[in-house]
Design a protein around this ligand. Structure first.
Ligand code: FES
Length: 358
């Protein structure tokens, strides 16, 4: 290791005596091939130029594809256009980044700089002054002559973290009663609540009526306009015991889509009605209300951390930290034309947690 350093005047000075440090194990500097071989340096330059060229082409391609791909209401075109633009941007920046790294590593000045360090500790005089200041502070506080004050101060400092620590420890062993997330009032029958809030389909299925939040007005299928979002609660929810928490679990987002846009699993074909689908409004990430509907892409966005769910395809996650689709509420229309839930959500609502299997 060199025993030289650059002093503030810019001159190179010898560093000896007490300021000199032992080499901690740094190996001797190895020069690169390109430092003494012009052909190798030329190769490095070519690689940098190639990476920058890729970046240029990707940027141009991204913009060209964005311009030529028609963005109407076709979902596939919208995805393709967004993908091209994203790839153009991504590869463009990646090319510049890789070129910069390769340039710095293979072509830039490879001279090794050594900066010597001096002992950091304060000198004896400064340390003695600091101790004196602290002792003077303790003396000024008069704490030694006031044991009651001293005891109160120690007690306050010792107990202050408890409001944080005790709930933390208490919650570790607490029974969280996870089962309550497996059931919502959508799964109730006329025996569990006022039968007037239930309807029956022509094929004999009985279920609770869907009502508008917050008015509680039951919703007719014919009134659900295409591509509008309806915020739904179970009719008569306010008469339930603990109705605030029951409502919080049962809130639903309802949308009517073109029937031919829907991708439905064979066992869920009768869970929607004429393009109308209903999903839990509770985000499966950490439980925020998912309420921002994008009409063009038919996606539902959670405002908290941008999880995005595809309403045309089982509310599957297409972006963001959520790991599960929104639970679906099976719906049908009763003989009076009102929407009813024919069963509870297909799985527990809300965030994923450690006990759940699904
Ligand atoms: S709570 Fe919805 S994305 Fe986090």
């Amino acid at each position: 290791m060199s025993n030289q350093h650059n002093d503030p005047t810019g001159q190179v000075a010898e560093l000896d005596g007490p300021d000199r440090f032992e080499n901690p194990g740094i190996e001797p500097h190895r020069h690169r091939l390109g430092d003494h071989d012009e052909a190798a340096a030329k190769r490095s330059e070519s690689i940098v130029v190639l990476l920058l060229t890729i970046s240029i082409l990707a940027s141009i391609a991204g913009v060209v594809l964005y311009v030529i791909i028609p963005v109407g209401t076709n979902l596939a075109d919208i995805r393709l256009s967004t993908l091209s633009l994203g790839l153009g941007l991504g590869i463009g920046f990646l090319g510049i980044g890789l070129a910069a790294i390769h340039w710095a590593k293979s072509l830039m000045n490879d001279e090794e700089q050594v900066e010597m360090r001096h002992p950091q500790a304060s000198n004896e005089v400064e340390r003695a002054e600091a101790v004196e200041i602290i002792e003077q502070g303790v003396k000024d506080a008069n704490i030694a002559r006031r044991p009651l004050l001293k005891g109160a101060l120690v007690g306050a400092i010792a107990l202050a973290p408890l409001p944080f620590v005790v709930p933390l420890i208490g919650n570790l062993g607490r029974d969280w009663d996870i089962d309550k997330f497996r059931h919502t009032v959508w799964g109730d029958t006329p025996e569990d609540a006022d039968p007037e809030y239930f309807g029956e389909t022509s094929d004999g299925r009985v279920g609770r009526r869907l009502a508008l939040d917050p008015t509680g007005t039951p919703v007719r299928a014919a009134d659900v306009t295409r591509n509008s979002v309806f915020h739904i609660i179970p009719q008569g929810i306010e008469e339930e015991e603990n109705w605030h928490s029951e409502k919080a679990k049962a809130v639903v987002i309802l949308v009517r889509l073109d029937q031919d846009l829907l991708t439905e699993a064979p066992d869920r074909r009768d869970w929607s009605y004429d393009g109308i689908v209903a999903y839990s409004k509770i985000c499966t990430h950490v439980g925020c209300p998912v309420a921002l509907y994008e009409q063009t892409t038919h996606e539902l966005l959670c405002p908290c951390h941008q999880s995005t769910f595809d309403m045309t395809d089982g509310a599957k996650v297409v972006f963001g930290p959520a790991k599960r689709p929104l639970p679906q509420l099976p719906i049908a229309v009763d003989t009076d034309g009102y929407l009813i839930a024919t069963a509870d959500f297909d799985e527990p609502i809300g965030p994923s947690y450690w006990e759940r299997l699904k």
